[in-house]
Design a protein. Structure first.
Length: 247
């Protein structure tokens, strides 16, 4: 599989919603219009039908989807088909075969399906993205200005390498000063101290270099989340917030 910024389009949005801060570049919303609304609702209908088999997350795993950073606590987990995602990053778009499925964890060994994520090449213009999913209802996003500690790569993240139990990787909490540090380092790896990663406090090259990191101006290409099971309210279905589900 070919790479985008060092890895195929891998997601890493760990908040309850997509943050629009220093690490997120967003498309602007265009004026609403009936044609876009009709197209967006048809996409929801097609996606609901396509996702139905994946309500059982084990079906997704059996069909080759991989959980991105399964051990790291997240509000939404991306089950990714890297072959399909790679095709999306080469300009292929198939609403019935999204590159990633979105799940909320609702138990020690259970996930509830809430939606899907589509990707697009990083060089796509707003008009090209609009042809895929209307920009009057959805905001595509890119992950930008990311600082990863030296020894950690985007490709490594796809293999669940977060530096867990590697004390020399920047971002680990000092064990002597924090009784909980060992467990946090094991669980969060380089993200334990909050400086590094897709929601880290570092967002400029100089600070990243001084902290022992490698600066990534653009981690992947364009991405958009769609939540088709929340009814026909387009602002919710194409919104930024992950739907709440019962445990």
């Amino acid at each position: 599989m070919s790479a985008m910024g060092g890895a195929n389009g891998a997601p890493m949005a760990m908040g309850a919603h997509l943050h629009t801060g220093e690490h997120m570049k967003m498309t602007e919303l265009r004026p609403e219009n009936p044609r876009d609304a009709q197209r967006a609702r048809q996409l929801l209908s097609d996606l609901r039908q396509a996702l139905e088999p994946y309500r059982d997350y084990r079906v997704a795993l059996e069909r080759g989807f991989k959980i991105f950073l399964a051990a790291v606590p997240q509000d939404v987990y991306h089950f990714t088909d890297y072959e399909m995602t790679n095709a999306e990053y080469h300009g292929q778009f198939d609403v019935k075969n999204p590159g990633s499925l979105l799940y909320v964890k609702t138990g020690d060994d259970n996930y509830t399906l809430v939606g899907a994520m589509f990707s697009a090449p990083p060089f796509y213009t707003p008009d090209q993205l609009n042809e895929l999913i209307p920009l009057s209802v959805a905001r595509w996003h890119q992950h930008v200005d990311i600082c990863l500690p030296k020894g950690i790569t985007l490709g490594g993240l796809l293999r669940d390498n977060i530096g867990a139990d590697q004390a020399e990787v920047p971002g680990m909490l000092p064990i002597a000063a924090n009784p909980d540090a060992l467990a946090l380092n094991h669980r969060l790896g380089f993200m334990a101290d909050g400086r590094f990663g897709f929601e880290g406090s570092i967002h400029d090259p100089a600070t990243c270099n001084a902290a022992g990191g490698n600066f990534v101006p653009l981690a992947f290409g364009w991405m958009v989340h769609v939540y088709p099971f929340q009814g026909d309210d387009l602002k919710v279905a194409y919104g930024m917030k992950v739907p709440a589900v019962a445990p």
